[in-house]
Write a protein that binds this ligand. Structure first.
Ligand code: C2G
Length: 441
């Protein structure tokens, strides 16, 4: 019996896939189809697959062409499968010409001509193209990264790039014209400008993805979410870490009780800034630049009421530019701390301590692809790797466009978490629970 094997994602199954499966089947007596798992697709950079694995398998099954369906889960599996299933022919479309020649050592490799004029990407993006406008201040490198990443997400086009630093009538007119050109806006201006800019965009009927904090006090944050809901628009907070695979998996593992009850969460985020003192007012201070990221795991895992104490070292107290801030939280059954700094350096790790074990995420934990669960008995320790594409920006843009298309808020950052983050930011600005660390000079 001649066994043939072929692999694919088979997202929104179309004529091209079916024709390939028919010809693959005709090459032998028995056809095995390997359907890629969601994780494997992500790891090979296919991030906007529309259908989950179960649906993709079901569609392949319905063609009646596969004698056996298996799941492709890891790099190198093809060699394993060919040997295990005693396969004679490996086949795939000609878009992969040459790529699988290494399999010739194990079986015959056939590249079948690809059907022209049809692809899953076209079908996926056919429905709707989303125009996102980028609104930035001084942080040009991040804007450029967003622009680059947006080109890798199907269904998104970045239209306009407007510099938000002025506050004049003329600027408002410009902002309005800018908004007219897009369906959604990504805001990366100075935090003090966020509330007004988000509000204006929502009122104009535009979806908003905005760097955190969304506003400098919790009342305004609540108001913005309420406005978005009333207008049936998506308002999403751009904390990149929240969208990364490794981070999400670790939160799930902790929630399932793997390390027992959480007793302490300690998160540190620092990045030394070569700021120019003159531009201090338009620069992001430490609490805004890092506070939301550092507080994310704390408020996602601990949701009781809490007390806190904020300690800040100011570069300029009048304009509330902190070089470093440490916050200690006391929850009902747990404690937590954050250390954030743009003028102080520290080890950027995350440790979540529990009654059975702890999670350790090495620096820089906020863009990690790796973490460990550690226990008293080192034999029980586990290491987890998840690829992180585009520093989380790509997945964040994907989540944003999906939320807009589905008309449903994405589950990554809960509204209550956003509100709690802005509560703390508000207390920092108002001086509530704040103690100042006196500086050396
Ligand atoms: N295909 C085709 N004609 C098209 C589109 C796709 O012949 N118009 C073929 C592809 O060449 C592939 C199969 O249909 O052999 C499945 O395509 P995809 O779902 O896009 O999967 P792909 O990313 O090509 O994965 O390990 C995975 C495999 O390497 C192939």
């Amino acid at each position: 019996m001649v066994k043939v094997i072929t692999y694919g994602t088979y997202d929104v199954l179309h004529e091209g896939h079916i024709r390939l499966l028919e010809r693959a089947k005709a090459l032998g007596d028995y056809l095995i189809v390997g359907v890629t798992s969601d994780d494997f697709d992500r790891s090979r950079g296919k991030i906007n697959v529309k259908q989950p694995l179960t649906e993709r398998i079901e569609n392949v099954r319905k063609t009646g062409l596969a004698d056996e369906i298996i799941i492709e889960e890891y790099e190198g599996q093809k060699i394993d499968d060919i040997q295990q299933y005693n396969v004679s022919i490996f086949t795939v479309g000609s878009d992969w010409e040459g790529y699988f020649d290494y399999l010739k050592e194990y079986c015959t490799v056939v590249y079948l001509p690809r059907t022209t004029g049809i692809s899953s990407s076209e079908i996926r993006s056919e429905n709707q193209q989303l125009n996102i406008g980028l609104l930035g201040g001084f942080e040009e490198t991040i804007l450029n990264k967003y622009y680059q990443e947006s080109t890798l997400v199907n269904g998104i086009t970045v239209t306009t790039l407007l510099n938000s630093s002025k506050n004049t009538e003329a600027w408002l007119t410009e902002y309005e014209a800018f908004l007219n050109d897009c369906d959604a806006v990504y805001i990366l201006s100075h935090p003090a400008r966020h509330y007004q800019e988000i509000k204006y965009a929502l009122e104009k009927g535009k979806h908003v993805l905005c760097e955190s904090p969304l506003a400098l006090n919790s009342q305004e944050t609540k108001e913005l979410f309420a406005l978005a809901e009333r207008k049936q628009l998506i308002l999403m907070e751009a904390i990149k870490t929240a969208y990364s695979n490794a981070y999400n998996r670790l939160i799930l593992l902790v929630k399932t009780g793997k390390i027992g009850k959480v007793v302490s969460i300690d998160a540190t985020c620092t990045s030394l800034q070569n700021f120019n003192n003159k531009n201090l007012e338009s620069s992001w201070n430490s609490i805004c630049a890092w506070g939301p990221t550092a507080m994310l795991p704390i408020f996602q895992l601990l949701n009781t009421s809490y007390e806190k104490q904020i300690y800040s070292l100011f570069e300029n107290e009048k304009i509330k530019y902190d070089n470093f801030t440490k916050i200690n939280f006391l929850f009902q059954n747990a404690t937590a701390s954050i250390k954030v700094g743009r003028g102080v350096k520290s080890e950027g790790e995350l440790v979540i301590s529990g009654t059975k074990g702890y999670v350790y995420v090495p620096a820089p934990w906020w863009k990690t692809d790796y973490f460990e669960l550690r226990f008293e008995d080192p034999n029980e320790n586990r290491r987890y790797f998840y690829p992180l594409e585009g520093e989380g920006i790509r997945l964040q843009l994907l989540a944003f466009s999906k939320a807009i298309k589905d008309g449903r808020k994405s589950p990554y950052i809960q509204t209550e978490v956003s509100e709690r983050i802005s509560e703390v930011i508000e207390d920092f600005y108002s001086g509530k629970d704040l103690k100042i660390i006196s500086s050396y000079n």
